[in-house]
Design a binder for this molecule. Sequence first.
Ligand code: 5AD
Ligand code: SF4
Length: 484
Amino acid sequence: MEISEEIKEQKKYIEKIKEINQEKDRFYHILTMGCQLNENDSEKLCGMLEKMGYKKTEKQSQADIVLFNTCCVRENAEERLFGKVGELKNLKEEKGIIIAIGGCMMQEKHITDKIKQSYPFVDILFGTHTLHKFPENLYKALKEKKKQEDIIDIEGEIYEGLPIKRDSKFKASVTIMNGCNNFCSYCIVPYVRGRERSRKPKDIINEIKELAKQGYKEITLLGQNVNSYLRVEREKNIPFEEYEEVNSFATLLYAINKIDGIERIRFVSPHPKDFTDDVIQAIAKCDKVCKLVHLPLQAGNSKVLKEMNRKYTKEQYLELVEKMKKTIPNLTLSTDIIVGFPGETDEEFEDTLDVVKKVNYEQVYMFIYSRRVGTPGDKMENQIPEEIKHKRFDKLKSLVESQIAQNNKKYIGTKQKILVEGTSKNNENMLTGRTDSNKVVVFEGEKELIGTMQEVEIISEHMWYLKGETKGTVFKCLTEIVAK
Ligand code: 5AD
Ligand code: SF4
């Protein structure tokens, strides 16, 4: 079936379930694991469920449907999921709730086998390529009381036009591509998300224009390999429709930068090898593109990087950093690092610490290597003992924390433009937002500032946030100026 026909079909199922739920109070509870792409998928699942007449509840015991959107990038998520599913057995028996599990972990056969065997009361299993068919699977589970398993191995097409319920009114995530062709040897993503597929420029631009109309200020472009947007199409001469001159990641940034109302553009997660000169230039030239760039290092030693199949050496990575620092004024960097990849020696690990010292990251996401079934890394013989991995992790963590503490000091006395996102979790009278460099800033202010851009002077720094002060200067955002 054509994908647009498929979506029409699913909308019919949404209507059918809505009829079943008419005049009844029905609730769903959702747990999302993993990355921002999964969160964005969950926003689509929530959008479909709300159109079917379900309301969201944070209380599992109140729910008629419990839904897990899973991640499999690291090991601990599996135990967590099994624990959570086990907890639902009583609720299933007492209330006959529907239990659905979807997402990346469902693309792994050893996991679905285990669920079917140990938790046979689960109603729906769906994978990463069949999320859009959730209404049909739910309808069949409700009506026919039959278990649904809808998992396919081949990558599905990109579907457009699903309902979506976004978590924020000011910040929106927009998935621009799916899948990964890189096969880093530790990573399960290429196996569960399939090959790279990019959305059409027109669909992306129109979605962001619509978001701008609705008052969204910050857009985060998402993709497993976000800066290789349209790369496969260009390399293999696969025809695609250009729209507003968009034919690459760089040209997409320029086009979004022109959209009135949008104030900030972020993107995750890129690969260093796709930071081509045109992309670096675009980041420098587009005033709305945040100057915090995520540049996943993974490891600092060239031999380990080769084993990881990362396609760059330590020197090439550092050259790229230098080039970006020279070209992009006020650049700050964040990164991902894995410690304890198979065969990594203490000396090789020192190279990771060396790169961290040289680059001076604003933020480092640190991971302990986790064996993933089906990846080349899992088959490597020289696995590192857990206690050594933990020692390295602690060493890296203390270096990173000392750098962050040092870096935070440079903010004091500076004026930062922030998007005010809400009230502080710890103090209702304080507002919170983020700088261009993604630092959390807490400051006193009226609630009406929520959703606006503000200039805040930083007065003190704490490990994970900065404290600021406004001088009452309201930053008129572009939309307000245009409205007048
Ligand atoms: N073990 C540990 N960390 C991993 N990551 C991906 N796969 C693994 C693994 N097997 C980390 C990488 C990636 C981030 C999203 O998760 O650093 O950039
Ligand atoms: Fe995984 Fe590497 Fe692809 Fe990122 S680029 S999703 S780390 S395989």
